[in-house]
Design a protein around this ligand. Structure first.
Ligand code: GDP
Length: 333
């Protein structure tokens, strides 16, 4: 069945009405690589911006198996029962639609997937981390304009995507596991430093003592970090996503963070910084794309690279030669 083409007005009206089908279609445009789709998407985003920004954005990370999907299902149901509207997005540059995205797959969140107040969207597929992250950032705007007051951005806690997620959320939640006794070795210090809350999952049955022990390890580790600019002291809690135990405390913590940082001005300051960061990030991305897509540059790259490899040119003169070719062409056209 062919879908009729919508005008920008129809998209915007639909989104502002909270029409999920139209929201989904708009997100598809955001994710599309076609220039005409991107044009339309930018117009839609621009018009949605004044209606966006009012949500609480939460980044959720953890290694595979930590229980992210189980937990997001439980967290989400808790929030939905409070009358909130939740969008679950994901950043997973390694995912490809054809293989089935690992993150944000509806089947991984069985309860939420049936809720009309939950919008679940898998990670944009393909492309650089920067590109994928940018699309997710733009999707947040559309979801907020559609009335979603809570946004989850899920990522796998193994690579660089945490930094990208951190740059678009208000609160960063790290899901950890108890277990092997070397808890602290597996996590990169940088990821722990970003966390506003560390939550130890699977604190159920025989695992409760181990989870408590792990929690106290994390607490000691956090004490070694310098105080955060926000004035917030990151907390460590234990819970069970599977048995839905301890979930309320986690969300009380997030609410407390929001109140505290709203009162002391940090919430707004962080969003302003993120907006600025994304401006430069977008400029950098587009300049890089424009440079490498430039036909003159492309034509010169093989021989220039060869010259560097054979010591006929230094890296710097080689780079300069390519940049000159780029700027000559850019200013002529
Ligand atoms: P993800 O890879 O981080 O998304 O992890 P999943 O949510 O898929 O969970 C990985 C495994 O851990 C699954 O077999 C879950 O059933 C199990 N699991 C998740 N949460 C809990 C929990 O709170 N308690 C226990 N005992 N098992 C859990």
């Amino acid at each position: 069945q062919r879908r009729t083409k919508l005008s920008v007005d129809e998209y915007v009206d639909g989104i502002l009405r909270g029409d999920i089908t139209i929201l989904s279609r708009a997100v598809t445009l955001v994710e599309s690589l076609l220039p005409t789709h991107q044009d339309t998407a930018q117009q839609i985003i621009e018009r949605c911006l004044p209606h966006a920004g009012k949500s609480m954005r939460i980044g959720i990370t953890g290694v595979p198996g930590a229980g992210k999907s189980t937990s997001i299902d439980a967290f989400g149901m808790h929030l939905i029962r409070q009358g909130r509207k939740l969008a679950v997005l994901a950043i997973d540059p390694s995912s490809e639609r054809s293989k089935g995205s690992i993150l944000g797959d509806k089947t991984r969140m069985e309860q939420l997937a049936r809720e009309k107040n939950a919008f679940i969207r898998p990670s944009p597929s393909a492309g650089s981390l920067g590109g994928v992250a940018r699309k997710t950032r733009e999707t947040i705007v559309l979801c907020e304009a559609a009335g979603f007051d809570t946004i989850f951005v899920e990522t796998v806690g193994v690579g660089q995507s945490e930094t990208a997620v951190h740059s678009m959320v208000d609160f960063f939640l790290l899901i950890q596991l108890a277990g092997t006794g070397d808890e602290l070795q597996g996590i990169k210090r940088g990821i722990m430093e970003m966390a506003d809350g560390i939550v130890v999952n699977k604190a159920d049955g025989d695992n409760v003592d181990k989870a408590n022990l792990a929690a106290s390890h994390y607490r000691s580790a956090l004490r070694l970090f310098p105080p955060a600019e926000s004035g917030w002291k990151p907390r460590v809690l234990t819970y069970s996503g599977y048995y839905a135990l301890g979930i309320k405390d986690i969300w009380d913590m997030v609410d407390e963070y929001r109140h505290m940082t709203t009162d002391n001005g940090y919430f707004r300051l962080k969003r302003q910084r993120q907006a600025k960061w994304w401006m430069y990030e977008t400029i950098n991305d587009e300049l890089r794309d424009s440079f490498y897509n430039n036909p003159d540059v492309q034509a010169l790259i093989p021989e220039t690279e060869e010259a560097v490899l054979q010591d006929r040119a230094t890296s710097f003169t080689a780079a300069r030669r390519l940049l000159e070719a780029y700027f000559r062409n850019a200013f002529d056209s």
